[in-house]
Design a protein around this ligand. Structure first.
Ligand SMILES: Cc1ncc(COP(=O)(O)O)c(C=O)c1O
Ligand SMILES: N[C@@H](CCOP(=O)(O)O)C(=O)O
Length: 467
């Protein structure tokens, strides 16, 4: 499998190269040259398959030419062996139409573990025996950071520098990052910054010829294709359990950077019958405005009780626009450069029309988020986190026909956001035993101004330069 950039100028890469590269050298994002597909029979054969079996079947075409099926299986067994639930991502029924897909049984209690546990092993494998040293730079609104740090802490040949907006992640999220004291882990809390500022700095470092020439940069955010690839698996896993390929299934996805829901789009491109992908945002609603009115214009980020979705520039939307717009890299590059300059753009007719066939969208405010948490608790006996609640609120008012099962992706464990859950339902969820003595551990992080100069100077002092 070869991978091409959304902006048309970077060289095509194989799976190993694309995993280590992160962002493309032309500023674009990599995605497969063509979408692989699974036949109806192949999808039907996944019914009853284990998570690992499903993962191998779904991901094998993407790693072809780099990893054998046996190698892929062994990596998946290791990655998903660390999950606390035998089903890895179990489905829980809420009522006759609605289901939760629990994606938070990994080590750091959020859906990011599904991809990052595998990505950590891929880095280890691709760097084994080489003299190559990789400097991972990442941005987080809380969950990617902890999952990436868990996956990479202590690994040889890799340093990780994780930027988070100071004061804008929950205490559990912050501690999950800052209490990991491995020498290759560096947490940077940026003052007066949003996640978008952190993400923009990461992209600026990749795009700076001097900085990216000095250090072999790599990415763990969903700009890295391997992240999305691993997330495609659970769409298949859930859908076949609810009747696919004979019965189409809808998914409601709490959305920020558009990575998780783009994985659902990939599943549909591969042949999974997806009735609808419901993109659910909080009040930081750029994606809802883009999908409902064609208006992709960046607003100011408003802090909310669903901090991981407090995002106003959704990186992976570029992948969708590229695919729907006829895969014209140069046209897309011009469109994105226009957005970067003016902070606003309109979707073309092809992009808006293409999106409306599969996507619906909704913006969920604080009251409706809290109502969804109360409904889940009182009527379905499930305590859910604020991000999941946003997905569920959108799912319940999407108006899909009663015979279409609707799966809301439960993206985080409620205990990561104890204050918000307690405010909504009057009960504080306890942290699972597997996170241990999080509140007793020492924290270590640097606080920096959110400027390119401050952040690059900090990293340059500590990172290993290219040989
Ligand atoms: C708990 C949680 N829910 C939802 C999201 C949104 O996912 P995405 O950024 O892939 O759209 C995130 C962050 O990415 C998250 O951490
Ligand atoms: N919600 C994320 C931010 C988006 O990151 P990505 O790694 O999915 O691109 C977070 O919690 O860090």
């Amino acid at each position: 499998m070869r991978y091409i950039s959304t902006r048309g100028d970077a060289p095509a890469l194989d799976f190993e190269q694309v995993t280590l590269a992160g962002l493309a050298s032309d500023g674009g994002l990599y995605l497969p040259e063509t979408w692989p597909s699974l036949s109806t029979e192949e999808i039907a054969a996944l019914r009853g398959a284990s998570y690992v079996d499903t993962a191998v079947a779904v991901m094998a075409p993407f790693v072809e030419g780099t990893l054998s099926r046996e190698d892929l299986r062994s990596l998946c067994e290791q990655a998903y062996g660390r999950f606390a639930h035998a089903a890895v991502t179990p489905l829980v029924q809420l009522d006759h139409q609605h289901w939760l897909l629990e994606l938070f049984h990994g080590p750091t209690l959020a859906f990011k573990d599904v991809a990052l546990q595998l990505l950590g092993l891929l880095f280890e494998r691709f760097l084994a025996g080489s003299q190559h040293h990789v400097t991972v730079i990442g941005a987080t609104s809380g969950d990617t950071g902890s999952a990436a740090i868990d996956a990479l802490a202590g690994r040889a040949g890799v340093d990780i520098f994780m930027l988070h907006p100071k004061g804008r992640v929950s205490e559990v999220q912050r501690r999950q990052m800052t209490t990991v004291l491995a020498p290759n882990v560096h947490n940077l809390a940026l003052e007066n910054a949003s996640f978008d500022d952190c993400q923009a700095l990461v992209k600026a470092m990749f795009n700076d010829p001097h900085f990216s020439g000095t250090f072999a940069l790599s990415a763990v955010n969903s700009i890295n294709w391997a992240r999305l690839m691993a997330q495609v698996v659970y769409y298949f896993y859930a859908a076949v359990r609810l009747g696919a390929p004979e019965r189409p299934v809808a998914f409601a996805v709490p959305t920020g950077n558009f990575g998780d829901v783009f994985a659902g789009y990939v599943a549909a491109k591969m042949g999974l019958p997806v009735a609808k992908l419901i993109v659910a945002t909080n009040v930081n609603d750029i994606l809802h405005r883009a999908l409902s009115a064609g208006d992709y214009s960046q607003g100011t980020v408003v802090p909310t009780p669903s901090p991981s979705m407090d995002i106003q520039v959704s990186s992976n939307f570029e992948r969708l626009l590229f695919d729907l717009g006829g895969r014209d890299g140069h046209a897309l590059a011009a469109q994105m450069q226009g957005f970067e300059a003016s902070k606003a753009m309109r979707l073309t007719n092809a992009q808006a029309g293409g999106a409306s066939a599969l996507f619906a969208s909704d913006r969920v405010d604080l009251d409706d988020m809290a109502l969804a948490m109360r409904w889940a608790s009182e009527d379905a006996g499930q305590v859910i986190d604020p991000h999941t609640a946003i997905g569920l609120a959108a799912a319940r008012r999407a108006g899909l026909p009663a015979d279409v099962p609707v799966v809301t992706l439960a993206t985080a464990h409620p205990a990561k956001f104890g204050d918000a859950v307690e405010r909504a339902i009057g009960m504080r969820p306890g942290l699972p035993a597997r996170v241990g003595d999080l509140f007793d551990r020492e924290e270590r992080y640097a606080t920096l101004p959110g400027t390119f100069e401050a952040v690059t100077a900090y990293i340059a002092e500590r990172a290993v330069a290219r040989a």
